[in-house]
Ligand binder design. Sequence first.
Ligand SMILES: [Zn+2]
Ligand SMILES: [Zn+2]
Ligand SMILES: [Zn+2]
Length: 277
Amino acid sequence: MKIQYLGTAAAEGIPAIFCDCETCRKSALAGGRNIRTRSQALIDDCLLVDFPADTYMHFLQYGVPMTKIKSCLLTHSHLDHLHTDDLAMRRDGFAHIRESFPLTFYSDVSGYELIRAAKERYNIADDTVAAELLALNEPFEVEGYKVVALRAAHDPKSTPVVFLIEKDGKTLFYSNDTSEYPEESMEYLKTLKKPLDLISLDCTEACNHATYIGHLSLERCIALRQTLLDIGAADKNTKFILNHFSHNGENVLYDDFVKIAAEYGFDVTYDGMVVEF
Ligand SMILES: [Zn+2]
Ligand SMILES: [Zn+2]
Ligand SMILES: [Zn+2]
């Protein structure tokens, strides 16, 4: 399986559009991997995860084959993960589509309703954009992948989920916009038949010592990794990658944080990063 991280920031991006903080100024100066756009990922060039406003930029920058993509998993409905207005660009005349199929979004309630509202607002036909309501803790099939959505610990109004994505004996756990998982999700993770191959964790706060619900920091990722090892959801072969960063995190600049995270055995995402496993 291959995952490409197209965007790796929290809602503001790094640098943030209206921000004059030290991190944003430094990241703009340093450029390269220190620049982060809003979160999105692409699996094996065919399965999209999330649809932020930066989708268009990712399409330009990484050649995302948007005309061929049929399916998108949505983690939740926050604006850095779902920008429904761009769905209007798939309508007749705005897009000339050779092969007719809907772009189908798989989402829990909030994202599902936002997509349905956008379809109504822009009069988007069912064969252009479709929305499927997820059932939690139950495997379903998308594009030949076995996918399970688990409840995330994040703003409940955004109906947040994290995804287990499995194919050809490999499983990716795409897990951001969550803090330590709720009990029902932990229970599911305890039932996994074999350890996960790649676990992508939220590290919004980098080196901050924070305790709030909804995101994680490096020290909390260290503890969560231990929990996942203890319940058998991970083992020594599991690759742990930290993702989804905010300019408000301490030492969050890629050039600084990649060295700090490496001391604890974590890789750090950057926009455009490809991982094959
Ligand atoms: Zn986010
Ligand atoms: Zn800033
Ligand atoms: Zn969020």
